[in-house]
Design a protein around this ligand. Structure first.
Ligand code: FE
Ligand code: CA
Length: 530
């Protein structure tokens, strides 16, 4: 045993609390004898694929919901070295890589292991080990070689999983489908406590997450859910966030509750940190900026010549919602263009100028047959006719940033982007939409197709009321707010088939699954085929 390791570990033993292990360090990966609690209770995850590797995630937490802020996950020790194995088969018989990784104390003993040098376009299986403990086995995947011919991909997208509102049966049924890839499109956690509506279970600490320990424990509680944990083990992920990873309806430095931006940014900083600590993201995505930690989340992932996913960040760089009125109309609210001309102010941006430029530039160069824009909120125009007959728009999604949307759709058209499809969440309902070059002219060409998944559990908007808006929105081809679930997609060179799956009841642990509706988009023909 290395003397420094020995001193380091025994030196910290005095601080070890309830669930911490008796640590016995050795050279290489540390070999603690875990005496209480499973250090891998939070499971594993894979993401950020490249043609020769990916990022593998775990977080050591033998006491995952430790209430003591000084011992996140029940650990008060420094960095811990752990082992990993990567194999070409699910039973880990054919191991192609073994090594050690660091569980960083500064990041709640999370691991963000960057693996490279593997073969392109294939699945791998992996496991972490620490002393007498080992994690469950997870499945990862490398991207196909750049430009390689790819004939099919099965992916799914999910959003809006409020732990208190229901059980995660949708995640369980999706895991059963064994998709190649799952896109998480925001509201992975909910930061608040549900006080008004019926719940089936509670956030463990009984408080709104606002601090590093409370955000960490929120993620830990979600990752303890067996259905979510299994989905992460079954399928690698791409991820973006929405508002509830931080605070309802926040954008940039602006909170809907009109908190001083200097104060709010401190909260955002710890929320971003906890997000990073619980996602399989490359360490260089996490940066310190002038306003605290920033995460470079937007990125693109090409599956050979079949599909390129542009994953967007709809929150960090966005202009403030239009026409905020203190004290309580700071986030989403309805406005008419007459009451709020700021809605059509061209300088306001949904993505921020840099991300918008990056997105458009990427499309211009994309050789992929399908171009999927993965983001969190409704992009189609949604005209809501009020009692006085005036048309109003929700300020919180793309409807609050009409010039941004127009710039993007015009670019898709002008650059002749092949088969653009937008996928999203946030609005807790299923939608299939034609995205028009000019939404105010029904005869205008359809530029792209949009599918919005429902929520894993979160309550939908008023279904009957929204149905009355449909005549003013002929480009909305399908709308359904009464069901929770996810969207499974079969992509081939000729078509994209999206299946809207709904669970029977989020209040039941063993809810069933059924298919609400299927849609097909044909290669070369934008728009929903019904
Ligand atoms: Fe949501
Ligand atoms: Ca949201």
């Amino acid at each position: 045993m290395d003397r420094r390791t020995f001193l380091h570990l025994t030196g910290t033993t005095a601080l070890v609390t309830l669930a911490a292990p008796a640590l016995v360090g050795c050279a290489g990966a540390d070999r603690p004898a875990w005496t209480k609690g499973d250090p891998f209770a939070l499971g594993v995850a894979a993401g950020d694929p490249t043609p020769d590797g990916f990022v593998l995630w775990t977080r050591l937490a033998p006491d995952p919901l430790s209430a003591d802020p000084a011992t996140p996950g029940g650990l008060s020790v420094g960095n811990i070295g752990i082992g990993y194995e990567i194999a070409t088969d699910p039973a880990l018989r054919d191991i192609v890589r073994r090594g050690s990784a660091i569980a960083e104390a500064a990041h709640a003993h999370s691991v963000h292991l960057e693996v490279s040098g593997l073969a392109p376009g294939r699945p791998y299986w992996y496991r972490f080990t620490s002393g007498n403990a080992q994690s469950r086995i997870g499945r990862a995947m490398t991207l196909p070689a750049l430009g390689a011919r790819v004939d099919k991909l099965r992916f799914a997208f999910v959003s809006c999983a409020n732990y208190e509102i229901g059980y995660f049966s949708a995640y369980r049924h999706l895991a059963d489908e064994q998709p190649d890839l799952v896109l998480f499109l925001g509201d992975y956690i909910y930061e608040y406590m549900e006080r008004r509506r019926p719940t089936v279970r509670m956030h463990s600490d009984g408080v709104e997450a606002t601090t590093l320990p409370t955000y960490r424990n929120r993620y830990a509680q979600y990752r303890l859910d067996p259905d979510l944990q299994r989905l992460h083990a079954v399928a690698p992920m791409l991820v973006t966030w929405d508002d509830h990873e931080v605070d309802n309806d926040y954008v940039g430095e602006w909170s809907m509750r009109f908190i001083d931006p200097a104060v709010f940014l401190k909260r955002r900083a710890v929320a971003y940190q906890a997000f990073y600590e619980h996602m399989p993201l490359r360490p260089d995505r996490y940066r310190s900026g002038p306003t605290g930690p920033a995460i470079r989340l937007h990125d693109r992932f090409a599956f050979g010549d079949l599909v390129e996913f542009a994953v967007l960040d709809p929150r960090q760089y966005r202009s403030r919602q239009a026409c905020p009125i203190p004290p309580n109309r700071g986030g989403g609210h309805l406005e008419t263009i007459a009451s709020c001309p700021e809605l059509i102010e061209p300088a306001r941006s949904f993505l921020g100028a840099a991300q918008e430029g990056w997105l458009m530039d990427g499309f211009t160069r994309s050789p992929a047959r399908w171009n999927v824009i993965a983001q969190s909120t409704l992009m189609a125009q949604w005209r809501q006719r009020m009692e006085n007959k005036e048309i109003s728009f929700w300020t919180e999604d793309w409807n609050g940033y009409e010039p941004s949307r127009t710039r993007l759709l015009h670019h898709l058209h002008d650059a002749r982007v092949t088969n653009p499809v937008v996928i999203g969440g946030d609005i807790h309902s299923f939608w299939a939409n034609d995205l028009k070059l000019d939404f105010n002219d029904p005869k205008s060409p359809t530029i792209a197709t949009e599918f919005v998944g429902s929520s894993i559990t979160s309550f939908g908007p008023p279904h009957e009321q929204f149905l009355t808006y449909l005549p003013d929105n002929p480009h909305v081809r399908f709308f359904e707010a009464r069901h929770r679930g996810y969207v499974a997609v079969d992509l081939t060179r000729q078509s994209m088939t999206t299946q809207f799956r709904n669970v029977s009841d989020v209040r039941l642990l063993d809810a069933g699954i059924s298919t609400l509706k299927n849609f097909t988009v044909e290669h070369g023909r934008a728009g929903v085929q019904i």
